[in-house]
Design a binder for this molecule. Structure first.
Ligand code: FAD
Ligand code: SF4
Length: 520
């Protein structure tokens, strides 16, 4: 009889954290680790090829790192030929292994996706084995701590949460508890457009594919050939060492101008001064604590200004923890919210898969997505998210598209950002008002409009900018709801200055834009 297994440690693809609590008290002779590449997870949304390679390559590297420690890993690898594992779900792979290995206990950290959590509960019932869910050391706080913070509050305001987190963790505080630099938030020093001459240099280290990544790429190219996105140009960090090097590179090269140019966009420049750390951080190759600590060390060493460091800390300690808290507080109800009453089958336009369009702003943002499975925040919020919202795309369909196309998309972080912040589907939980704007915003924050065949100033006529046309139409369609929101009054007043004939033309032009985007 082989010796019985004490603990089977189940590690999911977004849990590649060597510091995880699941490895506390690990005994190599009695415990085993289990990971699986699962076809259903790769196809439940139509995943970008690069997203698949990123996940599977990082998992295989993690497996090899564990094996180098002398630990036994059960690993299910997808092959180019689907064979018997075609279409299998997570449960269909785990359940037979639980029967075969029959451990005394299954240990894991709770998944970051409600759907997978439900699936695991079902497996737990069938297996009749005890499942132990350990705390998640990766995040600053657990969902129940967020729920305690949120209890009894009228609204969930990021700024209040962020200040509470700064105090809880003693981050960027003077000895008397006041914020460093005399302010909690330096946004008034941030959000500048680039000068006419363009962005200052933003050098960036990349991580070309090694042998393992090339093997995974070949498998994905064959097995998932019809999936969207490009594979050449893959440059994601897929190991903890690489993720750490990506962090160091960002801190030295791009953090100094991060705050100032956070919202700016420029033709042919996808990354600019952003960190591009979300994907390795969401797979837990990198800890948010070490990212925050590295930024604060740069401030103390005089290598980065406070406005940039505070902005970066706010994104991670504030926004990242906030969206996770909102997700677990609101699920599963959250996924069904549709405040603006969008049609359930209204999907993203075709250009969101291919990047082919005459709209310069959408083409530039999509180039980054198609080529690299990533776009920076303003491309997501104020170009692609904005266009989807103005077109009336259903907020959950927009989330599904986002889950498919971005390497950093995990349900807990994508859903509140897409359905909530970007599409206002949650009616104000994530954002106090819809992020709606006309082509004028894009003109102010980028050089895209200069090279575009449309004119950002016009809403009707042959050169009308689709963003501008749809912006007025959006305000008009949702006027009754938006007029109740004090923060929308300025925009609504501007709408009311338009006479009936102008509004009629705008409605007709908006109808034509939608008909062109959704021909059937
Ligand atoms: P930086 O600009 O360098 O910011 C630093 C870090 O802050 C990021 O790496 C990220 O970890 C964190 N961060 C910043 N803003 C947010 C936020 N709103 N929510 C959570 N973390 C944040 N982020 C994801 O990680 N996964 C997603 O699926 C995702 N979906 C989004 C969808 C939409 C429509 C929008 C508007 C935003 C989304 N975000 C998402 C948030 C943000 O856009 C990305 O985290 C960021 O663009 C990643 O690039 P970066 O690492 O260069 O970020
Ligand atoms: Fe985008 Fe309109 Fe500007 Fe063209 S003119 S880049 S469509 S905002």
């Amino acid at each position: 009889m082989p010796p019985s297994i004490r603990n089977l440690i189940v590690v999911l693809g977004d849990q590649l954290d060597i510091q995880s609590t699941v490895f506390d008290h690990f005994q190599p002779d009695r415990d085993r680790i289990w990971l699986a590449e699962v076809e259903r997870e790769a196809t439940h949304v139509w995943c970008h090829k690069q997203r698949l390679v990123f996940f599977f390559s990082a998992m295989r590297h993690f497996r090899d790192e564990l094996r180098e420690r002398g630990w036994t890993v059960e690993y299910h690898e997808l092959q180019a030929d689907p064979g018997l594992d075609r279409g299998k779900s997570f449960g269909e792979i785990l359940e037979p292994d639980l029967k075969r290995l029959h451990p005394e206990r299954v240990i894991m950290v709770a998944p970051g996706d409600w759907r997978v959590r439900e699936e695991l509960s079902a497996i737990e019932k069938v297996s009749r084995l005890p499942f132990e869910y350990r705390p998640d050391r990766h995040f600053f706080i657990e969902p129940d701590q967020f729920a305690q913070w949120a209890a009894g509050r009228k609204g969930l305001v990021l700024e209040n949460f962020y200040r509470w987190m700064r105090k809880e963790f003693g981050i960027l505080l003077e000895p008397d508890g006041q914020p460093v630099g005399g302010s909690w938030n330096f946004d008034h020093d941030n959000r500048e457009p680039f000068p006419k001459s363009g962005p200052p240099p933003a050098p960036r280290k990349s991580f070309p594919p090694d042998r393992l990544t090339r093997e995974v790429s070949a498998m994905v190219a064959e097995r998932f050939a019809s999936h969207p996105g490009k594979l050449d140009g893959f440059e994601w960090p897929v190991t903890r060492d690489q993720a750490r090097a990506a962090l160091d590179d960002f801190i030295q090269q791009r953090l100094p101008a991060f705050g100032r140019y956070q919202d700016a966009m420029w033709t042919g420049e996808a990354v600019l001064h952003h960190s591009r750390l979300s994907a390795p951080m969401n797979l837990k190759l990198l800890s948010p604590r070490e990212a925050v600590d590295a930024a604060i060390s740069a401030l103390q060493a005089g290598q980065a200004p406070l406005n940039s460091v505070e902005a970066f800390v706010r994104q991670i300690l504030g926004w990242r923890e906030f969206v996770r808290g909102v997700y677990w507080l609101q699920m599963p109800r959250y996924a069904s919210l549709n405040e603006l009453g969008c049609e359930p089958d209204r999907n993203v336009p075709q250009s969101f898969w291919t990047g082919e369009t005459d709209m310069n702003c959408v083409r530039e943002a999509m180039r980054s997505v198609v080529d690299g499975a990533w776009a920076h925040h303003i491309h997501r919020l104020m170009v692609l998210g904005l266009y989807a919202q103005l077109l009336g795309v259903h907020p959950y369909r927009f989330h599904e598209w986002h889950m498919a196309m971005y390497a950093d998309a995990i349900d807990w972080v994508s859903l509140p950002n897409t359905l909530g912040m970007s599409q206002f589907g949650d009616g104000g939980i994530m954002a106090t008002k819809p992020y709606c704007a006309s082509g004028n915003y894009i003109h102010k924050m980028s050089n895209y409009c200069r090279g575009c065949r449309y004119d950002y100033r016009t809403a009707t006529g042959a050169d009308a900018c689709p963003m501008t046309t749809l912006y007025w139409d959006f305000l008009d369609r949702h006027r009754a709801r938006l007029v109740q929101n004090g923060r929308m009054l300025y925009q609504i007043r501007n709408l009311e200055r338009k006479d009936a004939a102008a509004m009629q033309d705008i409605r007709a032009a908006a109808k034509r834009v939608r008909e062109a985007e959704f021909p059937c």
